[in-house]
Design a protein around this ligand. Sequence first.
Ligand code: NAD
Length: 365
Amino acid sequence: MAHYRIALLPGDGIGVEVIGQAVRVLDALGGRFDHSFEYTEDLVGGASIDAHGVALRDETLDMCQAQDAVLFGAVGGPKWDDPKASVRPEQAILGLRKGLGLFANIRPVKMLPILADATPLKRETVEAVDMVVLRELTGGIYFGEPQRRWDEDGQRKAVDTLAYSEEEVERIVRLGFETARGRRKLLTSVDKANILDTSRMWREITEEIAKDYPDVTLEHRLVDACAMDLIRHPSYFDVIVTENMFGDILTDEASMLAGSMGMLPSASLGAAADGSTLGLYEPIHGTAPDIAGQGIANPMAMILSAALMLRYSFGLEQEAATIEQAVIETLSAGHRPADLASEGDASLGTEALGELIADTVAAGN
Ligand code: NAD
């Protein structure tokens, strides 16, 4: 029996509600495929601020580093929303990214035909959407120094710094080429090379790496044009690779193509000291304070994040596909979470959906 150790970081709001359903599905899967999953749970985000005064404790980071993978819910909420506070829930995410060396965020965006009418776009525009967006995670404007505010001549001033090194660009771009190689072999690198020096360097390095991947077609797009084309012709894209802030914005835009925030998983990958892959898996949505505590959050993005964990961290492709298929079957059978139900139609709550998916996984599909 293979044994896997998983750090469980539920976080706040619906993070706590949906992560329990991922565990339920993993346990059902373990029973069927003879794997055992051992979970070590800890507080992060607002819950950790309340209990310990910080969003992420060193002990929590150490615990994560000692596991085989990390499952993360979401952090934040109105209770901790003061932008001037020195301790904020998002520090947990940034701390985990830095502490675990997570440099790549991978977001598959695939339209399930059964949900093609649930997106704000026309069915014919979205039904063939099948792309992967790779976002660089550790560099760029979110981490550059100086980052500060000050007063000068009676005016408020502030500065953020956008910085990248060659190494940071190369590792994410290479992952982009490798990912494209395993798919339709089209890599779109997104930048703002008409304005930014970091983008001009990004483009130059990407062109150099392209020589190692003659089988992959490389194209460059400016981020503003790409934002437009993602809506105009989304099925064109195969793999998109981009820097931190552009990726933050484009991945949320791309998420709307798949129908709902509640459907999309993500993987954040880093390289452990021994060369093995270290991954953190989380839904792309936040803590949804507007519905938290009502038991109606869609658990599918979290459950599909567990499937990505099986695929990328444990190499369990068949098991990952089993979970993905169980989600599709649950939807195909007509069961809908509230965020995907048409007005007036019945929907199922978080627990009921988790149970149905777990039962489908256990029964074999
Ligand atoms: P959100 O993703 O929490 O919610 C946006 C909208 O989508 C809401 O209407 C919500 O009800 C809905 N939604 C999201 N996930 C859903 C699900 N699984 N099922 C059904 N409906 C769902 O984004 P927000 O409102 O901008 O942020 C709320 C809080 O979450 C903030 O504190 C923010 O900082 C935090 N946040 C955290 C993360 C993270 O931890 N990775 C990511 C984004 C936002």
